[in-house]
Design a binder for this molecule. Sequence first.
Ligand code: NAD
Ligand code: MG
Length: 383
Amino acid sequence: MAIKKISILGSTGSIGVSTLEVVAEHADRFDVVAMTAGTNLDLFVQQIVSFRPQLVAVVSAGDAARLRDRLGDEGPEVVSGVEGLIACATHAEAGIVVSAIVGAAGLVPTMAAIEAGKDIALANKETLVTAGALVMRAVAEYGVKLYPVDSEHSAIFQSLEGHRDKDVKRLILTASGGPFRERDPQTFDNITLEDALAHPNWNMGQKITIDSATMMNKGLEVIEAHWLFGLPGDRISVHIHPQSIVHSMVEYIDGSVIAQLGVPDMKTPIAYALSYPERLPLDLPPLDLCQLGQLTFMEPDSERFPCLDLAYAALAAGGSAPAALNAANEVAVDAFLNGRIRYLGIPELIEEVMSKHQVVVPGSIDDVLQVDQWARREADGIL
Ligand code: NAD
Ligand code: MG
């Protein structure tokens, strides 16, 4: 079996760390040739020493200089900035790029990887939310494979295998419902940062953890599913499923529903994206359905989760609307994380930006970035 050479964008994040765990469990199958990180130099140094990539990138030139000092002459080449990210994303030896930066910052390097003919293991859902039409066109044009890492989309990808697209009736994304699934909405005004960061089932980066509390994460995933699987929003449903065992489902025209189940651990979808169509053994606890006893499902309620409706509305509006939604959400979440707005201010801020947005059809990634910048300025202005 040939060794697969991997470039990991965002190796120090939650997905990046899980990816390296999969690589470490299957060192005979994978070789990391490039890695990037934001600002967590201590962890990055440990990862570089363990996985010995040829090229690494950080955001700032100052961190790049510090990293060179710490790694010494034996270390890999260190680059920085957007050019550094692109250099890692397009590394000549990489066959597959794990796109695991958080936020719209993942778009440019992921697009560069596609244009360099790399297959993509996509965790960065914001890439498809902001520029789905352009990204999917490039995937077709450059003949690359785009494997979903997001657990719901991996589940749908698996549930579609062996079936014909025309037999699909709808996609059903499951959602845990986050920490506020049962909290009285009358008390949402008192939600603290700590409350919102306490996700019941998944251990993830801060931004996606807040997105899970508001269910904007599920809204972004509906948009992501639209681009990955080509169905309109009205054929993509969301079910709250507090146990996070059924990772998503596909309903077919004959009434059959095919689902993928498993313990909630991102190593499963990451490994599948890296080894498709093979499955790799993973060191995870088995799914014990008898011990779980029951799996439950319910309809999400709009009063409790207005962000989900905002995302469906942006998908229906089309064009630049999802990019504006995403940028407004990034500013709102950042403001909440930094104590500048309260929890209920997140949907309010997004809604206000969206009410001012004039939808255009972006013809290029630069057009998308302009919409992104516009929405950030608007949101900052309102703040
Ligand atoms: P995280 O915050 O834990 O990690 C993000 C990584 O990107 C880190 O390595 C960080 O240093 C780097 N980074 C952040 N900002 C950057 C910037 N401006 N430029 C360059 N690098 C930057 O995030 P995460 O939870 O691992 O999520 C990563 C992506 O995967 C997100 O798009 C998220 O929606 C998606 N995702 C995550 C999970 C999960 O379980 N964590 C599940 C599904 C999808
Ligand atoms: Mg998900």
